[in-house]
Design a protein around this ligand. Structure first.
Ligand code: KG4
Ligand code: ZN
Length: 366
């Protein structure tokens, strides 16, 4: 009982897309457990997330995933201070599963409910890790949230006030990875496989042009790059090798790097390396410019694409105006520890939701 007064545990629940996740986080920074049930095997054959299948998988997974998160952290419902849940942005049918479960727990146990924005979650994953390591993020910070659904730049001020500085006008960076991978027969998701193959090609082999945005220069666009890749693929007549890779994937849904390399000729490795270099340049150019603009003291790069090894290396070498912080790989892609962490300042402020909290596909952060 004494301990309960000192430390506060939040159960986080995240079901916005294709991962069913639950986690218990203590005092906003100590991750006691983090369980993620991936639906990759379900969506992989379709080359992308199928919303109806995602909702059904969340329904199957939510009870065992939450139970496991509580078990692994040796936490009973009585020991919780609140339940935090992603309210959006995301797939409405998927969000509803997490929201309904969270509300039911709060109703049954008399716990406060905290609604969390998924993007704020990605930012807090990094903030919490920095806190846990005793090297807190300095504010104002520039946050680049870069995932399958988002490529957004935010100014983050002390106390977690956000201002949107720029965002993609079409595809998100992760979506560009996924579409290019699908086009070339590398399956879904595209980011991890392109990331592993890119170091085997020449990043200067194909000269893709960088985009210049009319209006807000901090906005992004990746549809032109995707079309340029498509044109290059048609011009080089890659049909036969693409078909071979699709056959490989049908036989083995998780090929090793060596297997991919055996089915990927030099010119395609060069294409992947050049594509990845261009995406990284687009991201870091705008991150640097916006950090400069707001006088940032740190840069936070988070979301699924923040797992990219090439991006992490380039960020260290880019001469950015202030230190760049990335999440550890497990906290980069969707998880619930980041949701519980983001809820902690809201718990401290008593910022609770009631049971009318709705799933919001396009919930904005600023
Ligand atoms: O944050 P996340 O798990 O889900 C969304 O909120 O979208 O991000 C998933 C996205 C996918 O598009 C995936 O291809 C991309 O992140 N991704 C990567 C890497 N790992 C995952 N993109 C580039 N390089 C990676 N290593
Ligand atoms: Zn995400």
């Amino acid at each position: 009982m004494l301990q309960q007064q000192h430390s506060r545990r939040i159960l986080g629940i995240e079901t916005s897309c294709d991962e069913t996740a639950a986690a218990v986080v203590e005092d906003g920074a100590t991750v006691l457990s983090s369980v993620v049930a991936s639906q990759l095997a379900t969506h992989g054959p379709y080359g992308g997330v199928v919303p109806e299948l995602a909702s059904r998988e969340h329904l199957r997974a939510i009870v065992p995933v939450v139970r496991l998160a509580l078990e692994r952290s040796a936490t009973s419902y009585d020991r919780l201070s609140a339940v935090a849940v992603t309210a959006g942005p995301g797939l409405v049918g998927s969000l509803l599963v997490g929201l309904t479960f969270a509300k039911a727990v709060c109703c049954a146990r008399g716990l406060p409910l905290i609604g969390v924005n998924h993007l704020e979650g990605h930012i807090h994953g990094v903030v919490a890790e920095a806190d846990a390591q005793g090297r807190p993020i300095e504010f104002p910070a520039l946050a680049l949230v870069v995932s399958g659904g988002h490529t957004h730049l935010f100014e983050v001020r002390e106390g977690f006030a956000y201002r949107l500085l720029g965002k993609t006008r079409d595809d998100a960076a992760g979506e560009a990875y996924d579409k290019v991978a699908k086009l070339l027969g590398f399956g879904y998701p595209g980011g991890p496989v392109i990331d592993r193959l890119a170091p085997h090609g020449n990043p200067r082999a194909v000269a893709f042009t960088l985009t210049r945005m009319k209006g807000n220069p901090l906005d992004f666009s990746f549809s032109g790059l995707k079309t340029a890749v498509l044109r290059w693929v048609r011009h080089q007549d890659l049909g036969a090798e693409i078909e071979e890779r699709r056959r490989l994937l049908r036989q083995n849904p998780r090929p090793t790097l060596e297997e991919w390399l055996a089915f990927t000729p030099r010119r395609t490795l060069d294409l992947l390396a050049s594509f990845q270099r261009t995406v990284i340049e687009e991201l870091l150019r705008r991150a640097a410019a916006s950090a400069e603009q707001i006088g940032a003291r740190s840069i936070i790069i988070s979301g699924g694409v923040a797992s990219n090894v090439g991006l992490r290396r380039a960020a260290q070498e880019a001469g950015l105006p202030c230190p760049a912080h990335f999440p550890t790989p497990a906290l980069a892609t969707d998880n619930a520890a980041m949701i519980a962490a983001a809820a902690f300042p809201k718990l401290a402020r008593g910022e609770f939701a009631d049971f009318s909290l709705a799933a919001q596909a396009g919930l904005t952060l600023a």
